[in-house]
Design a protein around this ligand. Structure first.
Ligand code: PLP
Length: 391
């Protein structure tokens, strides 16, 4: 007799929503199998390579035997010092590399783990919607309850804190914010951050600001950091990543900075789960953080040219879309007669153009489609031409 077990997923896994990109991947594969040349603007993964000086630093670092052993979970002090100097240079924010900086295996890892440190079953986590799907999922894994803060156009795609009921605020342990925002591309105002800090202090809520896109900005207008705000370090932390800034999504390195007790809590989870980042990657990342601004402005210019092409193209087709000041996304309204899913399916089917349905980022994203600027200007122009024929 063959031994056999019946494999039953845990309730927390069964209650997961379908992973957004899995559905889109399947649609894309089906279209390609039919021979369609798909112009894929659905995924937020830079198409440009990591700058050569960073790759070269990695080649040298990988040769060093001291890097072949276990790293420390909190990251090399030299990497954390490089993060602190970068924050000082870029935002004028002082951080103690010993207690206020923690390395992460990509910021997704930190976002995924932080509720485990602070959220008890039944506690509320305030989550922006539409938003990065990891915020509600990490909340669910910790047994917490997500309270969705709708991001709507009339509020600049920022949360309306005054609409959150008092009893929810009293039960809330954590609040996620993300600016420049994925998927709406909105930038934060100082007033919103001030309000977030005031509420956090009043109700004892940890603010977790995700700044993954702070370096992908246009027209020379630099987004601010949550950490620049007075009182921010008393109430929260900021997640950051080398992924988008330096085209390093595959390298898996990010970091969290800010409140030392919150950093220590996240560190406690990590020290029990992972063993840190390959030190060669950390050493190359020190070089990345010292990158000449010329290299970064070249990367930004590529996105800006694409943004301009797609923005004017969509506007020319009568599609309502705001011009992003940062991030590499365009958040467009689907035309009358469609919802997010039917519009995405229609343009994939008839034009081979792929975007992400807005409702996949949460209910309030219904009626929108997100286009990622991760294809060339020529492909963007081609996409617009194909859309012109079918709309
Ligand atoms: C891409 C992205 C991240 C960064 O992910 P890494 O794990 O650092 O690669 C974090 N937050 C948002 C909103 C993102 O879009």
């Amino acid at each position: 007799m063959k031994a056999k077990i019946s494999v039953e997923m845990a309730a927390r896994v069964k209650s997961l929503p379908p992973y957004l990109f899995a559905t889109i991947d399947r649609m894309k594969q089906e279209a390609r199998a039919r021979g369609v040349d798909v112009i894929d603007m659905s995924i937020g993964d830079p198409d440009q390579p990591t700058p050569a000086h960073i790759v070269n630093a990695m080649k040298q670092a990988v040769e060093k035997p001291e890097h072949h052993r276990y790293p420390s979970y909190e990251g090399m002090l030299s990497f954390r010092e490089a993060v602190a100097s970068w924050y000082k240079r870029r935002f004028g924010v002082s951080l103690d590399p010993g207690t206020e900086v923690l390395s992460l295996i990509g910021s997704k890892e930190g976002i995924g783990h932080i509720p485990l440190a602070f959220v008890e079953p039944g506690d509320v986590v305030l989550v922006p919607s539409p938003g990065y799907p990891v915020y509600p999922v990490s909340t669910l894994f910790a047994g917490g309850e997500s309270y969705l803060m709708p991001l709507t156009e009339d509020h600049g795609f920022m949360p309306d804190f005054s609409s959150i009921p008092e009893d929810v605020l009293k039960r809330a342990k954590l609040m996620f914010l993300n600016y420049p925002n994925n998927p709406t591309s909105a930038c934060a105002t100082r007033e919103m951050y001030e309000e977030a800090i005031r509420i956090a202090a009043k109700y004892n809520i940890i603010v977790c600001h995700d700044a993954a896109y702070s370096e992908i900005y246009f027209d020379g207008e630099k987004p601010i950091s949550f950490m620049e705000m007075e009182g921010a370090k008393e109430v929260g932390i900021e997640f950051h990543s080398l992924s988008k800034t330096y085209n390093m999504t595959g390298w898996r390195i990010g970091f969290a900075v800010g409140n030392k007790d919150v950093i220590a809590g996240l560190g406690k989870i990590k020290s029990n789960l992972d063993s840190g980042i390959f030190q060669a990657v950390q050493e190359a990342s020190i070089v990345a953080l010292e990158t000449d601004d010329k290299v970064l402005s070249d990367i930004r210019n590529v996105y800006q040219e694409r943004r301009d092409a797609l923005y004017s193209g969509l506007r020319g087709l009568g599609i309502e879309v705001t011009k992003p000041k940062a991030s590499f996304y365009l958040w467009a309204k689907v035309p009358k007669g469609y919802d997010s899913a039917s519009f995405v399916a229609h343009i994939l089917e008839k034009a081979g153009v792929l975007g992400t349905p807005g409702n996949g980022f949460g209910g309030p994203g219904e009626g929108y489609i997100r286009f990622a600027l991760t294809v060339s200007v020529d492909r963007i122009k081609e996409a617009v031409e194909r859309l012109r024929k079918i709309l």
